[in-house]
Design a protein around this ligand. Sequence first.
Ligand SMILES: Cc1cc2nc3c(=O)[nH]c(=O)nc-3n(C[C@H](O)[C@H](O)[C@H](O)COP(=O)(O)OP(=O)(O)OC[C@H]3O[C@@H](n4cnc5c(N)ncnc54)[C@H](O)[C@@H]3O)c2cc1C
Length: 392
Amino acid sequence: MKTDPKNTNVVIIGAGVSGLTLAAFLQKSGISCMVLERRDRAYIQTRQRAGVVEARGVQMFERWGLADQLLGGPVAQTIDYRVNGASRIFEVIGEDGSPGRFCTQQMLVNNLLREVIDTMGGAVVFDVADISISNEANQHPRVNYTDADGFHEIQCDYIAGCDGDHGVSRPSIPHGVLTKYSHEFGYAWLAAHVAAPVTGHPIMAISDHGFVAQLPRGPQRSRYYLQCSLSDGPEDWTDARFWDEIRLRLNDSRIENTVVYDKLIVPLRCVVHSPMQYRNLFLAGDAAHLVPPTGAKGMNLALYDVGMLAQALVSAIRDQNATALEKYSDTCLPHIWNYQDFSVWMTDLMHDAGDAAQQGKFRQLIARARLDNLFNSPTARRLHSEFQRGMV
Ligand SMILES: Cc1cc2nc3c(=O)[nH]c(=O)nc-3n(C[C@H](O)[C@H](O)[C@H](O)COP(=O)(O)OP(=O)(O)OC[C@H]3O[C@@H](n4cnc5c(N)ncnc54)[C@H](O)[C@@H]3O)c2cc1C
């Protein structure tokens, strides 16, 4: 049964970090919006992924007056880079020397849900299905969906596609409008949560046996990432094999087996879809691009997009000035390519320097010389921080 269309300024598809951050910023600016999410609330509240909001993101939440409400956790300032067991503590800081914050994506999403729904009274509809988008020239966009109450139609001014890489927004754009640029690294990471906290600094470790990282995910948990083959499945990694390989790659026989909660294979790849807009539909976050997790930039890039999109939508709707919205894609893409550049550089360096079977002994030694330079030469450190600075 078709109901009368509801109206709102912006329909946001997807209640991940992108969609909920955009909803919080728009509501704070008095712009009406509605978030449609295909999963239930419990699922998105427990989905674990990223762990650090970098300095730029922290400053963005501060500017919108939401940092205290949304960001928990201590400052994130250091990484312990280990090469065959030898440790070097590296400072990770933002453009102006300020640090990021340890705030798991799960914590951020939970805080956003509380802020958007409970504090601001916003509309987030969970468990929606069959979303379809009508985005014709010279007409108000419409979004149809079904939920437990039946069929709904919403008429709006703009649609934000924040529904990740497997959503419906991007596929709704006619064939030939977007160009997809992609790069495959040829290997994957096994990602697993364990019942053991990071005891010192977060670790990125290079060894002759391959790459491993251990990153904080709360007071009692951490996440390990182990380089593995693209053809591996989680079932190939018994808990015993998992812990043996961690001890080997971290060169530390004292590490004890603890509970492993989940195992996920993440193929390492980069993707950019360009442009990030079509008529009144705007893509943000993973719906528009993917980066490998090596540089920890995916969530941060999503936050950058929605910061830009929120400002542009507020100007267009509240101030009747659509200039920034028309330039949204052109504004975001240079930044996205900088992040891709950093992520590719970091991913190649970390993996080439590890197992020589990856790219050969020559490339391994070159990569290790580069790492030595980075750790020991003030000039290389300066270049590295300028490289980071170029991204912000
Ligand atoms: C294992 C792993 C580790 C990562 N580690 C890091 C890290 O350390 N640092 C970092 O910065 N980034 C990291 N990332 C990347 C980061 O998690 C993503 O970049 C981020 O989640 C993007 O947010 P998003 O809101 O754009 O997309 P998503 O988080 O994917 O959210 C999209 C939402 O849309 C919903 N949706 C999808 N389809 C539909 C539909 N048809 N209708 C309605 N809703 C729909 C989904 O259910 C989801 O809730 C990691 C990713 C993975 C997988």
